[in-house]
Write a protein that binds this ligand. Structure first.
Ligand SMILES: [Zn+2]
Length: 381
């Protein structure tokens, strides 16, 4: 007998997912959701949300998504059976009728009986394995359905967006010194709903295409409501966002995806953000935008890109305590640079010859460096 889906649903409803997640991630309440730094990718600004009502966690940065069972599997290294048992314990739901028959098998003393018991245990385990394979398929189907829902929502928003020419989204990019023609993968939406602010804001909407070219999501850069000193700003404190959180968010099936600003070529430039990558266009370099540092690590590139050039922000080193060999040690970390190194390693292993482009000064944004170069301010190339 297998655990009926409604029991799994009951467990999901009874467990406050945020309580489980909060053991590993510091969460802050934002409306119906709670937010924190994503444990599945390195990020400086929170884009990881937990929705207790829906029983799901979701990351707008890397697309990580799952329920309490998925969390326990991914973060505590449990198998699905163990994850169900653990969550059932938290929920006060008795699943012993469905799980644990093998564990209750007694071990008899004599060798022949022991052999028989062993075979019985193995048969039980196989039977349980099959049951849980069915649950897993069910859950995978459910996850896929949720993903397709997000993809449809993303494409609806994309279709509702307008060409970028003459819009605040264009004004935003021009305000950053960008002069080149803007590609059709960039659009503008005048009132894009924000997932946790409960308001709509103007936004730069970018098409996210997977490695196989399929358009399966969008990248959103929320903008302020009006220009400040003649420059169109990103959304910020005036719109109710703290320290830049929730300004740049993905939606849909964005894992491994990129915003294609030009046709792929052998030495395609890959920037961490849309702004840097559009700046590269200014200098005549075909470029794609990865979606944040985590996106750069997982980007799927076509075969033609044999010598990718990664555009890296030289971020300030952060001093932090880290557990090394069961001891706390102070270490300097540069998450942006580290992510680029990891990306380069991965691309190298794929048989490509990646190069890294980085400003010379720590803390310098590559976009600023490119624009300074253009303005002839004497920054070395
Ligand atoms: Zn994430």
């Amino acid at each position: 007998m297998s655990i009926p889906p409604h029991i799994l649903e009951l467990i999901r409803q009874r467990v406050a997912l945020s309580g489980v997640v909060a053991r590993q991630v510091r969460l802050v309440r934002k409306g119906a959701e709670q937010m924190g730094l994503c444990p599945f990718h390195r990020e400086r600004r929170a884009s990881f949300t937990v929705h207790d009502g829906k029983g799901f966690y979701h990351c707008f940065g890397c697309g990580a998504h799952g329920d309490v069972f998925g969390w326990l599997e991914a973060r505590e290294g449990l198998g699905f059976i163990e994850a169900v048992q653990r969550a059932a314990g938290m929920a006060g739901v008795d699943v012993s009728d469905w799980i644990g028959a093998a564990a209750r098998t007694r071990v008899p003393m004599d060798a022949a009986a022991q052999g028989a018991a062993q075979r019985q245990r193995e048969a039980d385990q196989r039977a349980e394995g099959e049951k849980f394979a069915r649950f897993r398929r069910l859950r995978a189907a459910e996850e896929a359905e949720h993903l397709e829902k997000r993809v449809r929502r993303a494409l609806d928003l994309w279709r509702a967006a307008v060409p970028i020419g003459g819009t605040p989204a264009e004004a935003y990019l021009r305000g950053r010194g960008i002069r080149s023609a803007l590609p059709p993968t960039l659009r503008f939406h005048g009132a894009l709903p924000h997932p946790w602010l409960q308001v709509s804001l103007p936004a730069l909407v970018c098409a996210v295409q997977r490695g196989d070219r399929r358009h399966r999501g969008i990248w959103r850069i929320y903008l302020g409501r009006a220009p400040v000193n003649g420059v169109w700003p990103k959304a910020g404190a005036a719109e109710g966002l703290e320290a830049g959180e929730g300004v740049k968010l993905g939606l849909g099936d964005i894992r491994g995806g990129a915003v294609r600003l030009a046709e792929a070529c052998a030495d395609l430039r890959i920037g961490e953000g849309v702004e840097t990558s559009v700046s590269a266009l200014d200098f005549g370099y075909p470029a794609w935008a990865a979606l944040s540092t985590s996106g750069m690590k997982s980007i799927d590139l076509p075969q033609i890109v044999t010598r990718p050039v990664l555009l890296v922000d030289y971020d300030h080193a952060k001093l932090m305590l880290q557990r090394v060999d069961r001891r706390d040690r102070a270490v300097w970390r540069r998450f942006g640079v580290e992510a680029a190194m990891e990306a380069a390693t991965r691309l190298y292993r794929q048989g490509r010859r990646p190069a890294l482009w980085m400003p010379e000064q720590e803390g310098q944004d590559l976009n600023d460096m490119l624009q300074a170069l253009r303005a002839g301010q004497g920054v070395a190339a």
